[in-house]
Design a protein around this ligand. Structure first.
Ligand SMILES: C[S@@+](CC[C@H](N)C(=O)[O-])C[C@H]1O[C@@H](n2cnc3c(N)ncnc32)[C@H](O)[C@@H]1O
Length: 245
């Protein structure tokens, strides 16, 4: 959101983003009704978080048309108010889900929504720097924050993809108009095997298989439940727009 500059326009207007650490947008809690595998879910959302009024269309494509989540330890990278975390928690009864976001309001919402969905005991909500270094993931699921800009998005993926266990994968949903195809090309160029596994309504679901994860520590149940957390065929051509922020 944009507000007028206090000095009559001499300085750029301040901006609030859904990826701010502490949103300045006034809190305005609201209900979001959505479903997981046909079962209704009632969650809470708020201003200052991504898609605060509804389940995002891209996230819906990911959850409805993406692959079946497989494994025990998951990372929801950029959890927002928590739909991916809640969905995996409900669909995979043995799952531990790490829900990570820079936005403190998003983390609070995810914690509450996981609790109300009955999966809070298996969700570890954390700021990125608070995920213990010895936790590795079977799968990373994400509707990634494309709007942080291409260099930051690449750095984000370079930070977390190496933490996927051997044989694991990342499942990403990205809008075609916001650069899904060029992101797939970049991931392939970085050495990952990328497949487009689903798509609908202008969104691509990408399955990313990191190639060089031999150096990762094996995640253990103990590390997956560490108390230090605050109780969680690439397309070959770049698209016209590039994956911009
Ligand atoms: C496109 S939103 C998706 C939110 C939620 N998963 C959903 O599907 O509704 C991306 C999220 O990533 C978060 N984010 C931005 N930068 C991040 C970072 N460096 N590390 C972790 N999360 C980040 C944003 O705050 C935002 O909540």
């Amino acid at each position: 959101m944009t507000g007028p500059a206090a000095d009559g326009g001499l300085t750029p207007p301040s901006r609030s983003h859904y990826f701010d650490a502490d949103p300045t947008v006034a809190s305005a809690p609201r209900d979001v009704r959505w479903s997981v595998a046909g079962h209704p879910v009632l969650s809470r959302s708020d201003g200052g978080v991504f898609s605060g009024n509804r389940l995002d269309a891209g996230t819906a494509v990911l959850l409805e048309r993406g692959p079946v989540p497989t494994g025990e330890v998951f990372l929801d990278l950029g959890c927002g108010w928590g739909p991916i975390t809640v969905s995996i928690g409900l669909r995979v009864p043995a799952a531990t889900v790490w829900a990570v976001d820079v936005n403190s309001r998003a983390r609070t919402l995810t914690r509450a929504n996981a609790e109300s969905a009955g999966v809070g005991g298996r969700v570890r909500v954390a700021a990125p720097d608070d995920v213990p270094a010895d936790v590795a993931f079977d799968e990373i699921w994400s509707n990634p924050p494309v709007r942080i800009g291409k260099p930051a998005l690449h750095a984000l993926l370079q930070r977390w993809l190496p933490r996927i266990r051997p044989g694991g994968r990342a499942v990403l949903v990205v809008s075609r108009d916001l650069g899904a195809d060029s992101l797939a090309v970049w991931l392939s160029t970085a050495g990952h095997r990328v497949q487009r596994v689903a798509g609908a309504r202008g969104y691509r679901v990408l399955s990313v298989h990191p190639e060089a994860t031999d150096q990762l520590p094996a995640a253990t149940s103990a590390s997956a439940t560490s108390a230090s957390a605050t109780s969680a065929t690439a397309t070959s051509t770049a698209d016209r727009h590039g994956h911009r922020g």
